[in-house]
Design a protein around this ligand. Structure first.
Ligand code: ADP
Length: 320
């Protein structure tokens, strides 16, 4: 199609998910392989909706890495910016939603290939050719990939590419909460569009509730759009000139993995060809309704990538 390119940058990995739900990792009788990694999910979300996306990141030169590259390609996402590390293995995550509602994570990253992406391995032409550059890595402080991430963002910004950011906070991966806050804010201040969950907003502001004052305390001059996702309560949006909430769709959720990524992919796929929505509240609300629908649909099936919707799936939910 004639739409602008969205480059999504960060890690792609394999989630090992227990074959039965509601158990801790230690209790799991076995695991299913689910491709994931928030930035990869976003790229595939865009493509499934008919948009043009590229995924940029590094994988291990192993069976998991080849499997993930295959999934990127099968889904119509440009894989030319993917690099393969000859030494390190593809990142793996063991993830479960326990019966007490807490998510438990364990990562294989010592180090995994994604952490070893070097600045000189970036395809800068690809990055500069994007309309939107989306950044969502969980490895913000790990070298050498940190330098590659900063370089990619700075080059994109210099080329006039719109910068989108999702912090994807995984607190156990950070040495301390303060370090996480500081580092996330350093990227925050470069971004044009930011999406956070209500939990991340609370963490960043160190306040217990999500309200306009809290959200706006994180505003910065260059920011064009701040979104706070609220799970089954929909989302809030903030721009310089207007703010509000958009109601969710009622669905029967079975697995919320990837809902936020689906939301982001949907949003970016609509903004990429019409940035005027950032100044037009009515248009923006329509897009956020669409993004809420995408998030909702993603919760109705197990896994992230298999649950990402097409335009037809969204149309069916909106009409229902
Ligand atoms: P994140 O992964 O960022 O925490 P959320 O879980 O808030 O993302 O989901 C993103 C969006 O998906 C929400 O803003 C909402 O529109 C939709 N969504 C998520 N969970 C549900 C649900 N249980 N029912 C309806 N919509 C949902």
């Amino acid at each position: 199609s004639g739409s602008g390119l969205i480059v999504s940058f960060g890690e792609m990995l394999i989630d090992f998910v227990p074959t039965v739900s509601g158990v801790s990792l230690a209790e799991a009788p076995g695991f299913l392989k689910a491709p994931g990694g928030a930035p990869a999910n976003v790229a595939i979300a865009v493509s499934r909706l008919g948009g043009r996306a590229a995924f940029v990141g590094k994988l291990g030169d192993d069976e998991f890495g080849r499997m993930l590259e295959g999934i990127v390609k099968e889904n119509g996402v440009d894989a030319s910016g993917i690099r393969f590390d000859q030494g390190a293995r593809t990142a793996l995550a063991f993830v479960t939603l326990r019966a007490d509602g807490e998510r438990e994570f364990m990562f294989y990253r010592n180090p995994s290939a994604d952490m070893l992406l070097k600045p000189e391995e970036l395809d800068l032409d690809l990055i500069r050719s994007a309309k939107i550059f989306h950044y969502g890595s969980i490895s913000l402080i790990v070298e050498p990939c940190r330098s590659a991430h900063i370089k990619a963002m700075d080059e994109a910004k210099k080329a006039g590419v719109l910068l989108s950011y999702d912090p994807n906070l995984r607190l156990p991966l950070w040495p301390s909460a303060n370090e996480a806050r500081e580092q996330i804010k350093s990227i925050w201040n470069k971004a044009d569009i930011i999406k956070v969950s209500d939990e991340e907003l609370k963490f960043l502001t160190q306040k217990d509730k999500v309200d306009d004052e809290n959200a706006m305390s994180l505003w910065h001059d260059g920011l064009k759009l701040l979104l706070v996702t609220l799970g089954e309560q929909g989302c809030r949006y903030y721009t310089k000139n207007f703010r509000g909430c958009v109601d969710p769709f009622k669905v029967k959720a079975v697995d919320t993995t990837g809902a936020g990524d689906s939301f982001v992919g949907a949003l970016l796929s609509k903004i990429v060809d019409d940035q005027s929505v950032l100044q037009d509240e009515k248009k923006l609300r329509d897009i956020l309704r669409f993004a809420n629908a995408c998030g909702a649909i993603t919760t109705t099936k197990k896994g992230a990538i298999p649950a990402l919707p097409t335009e037809a799936d969204v149309a069916a939910l909106i009409k229902a």
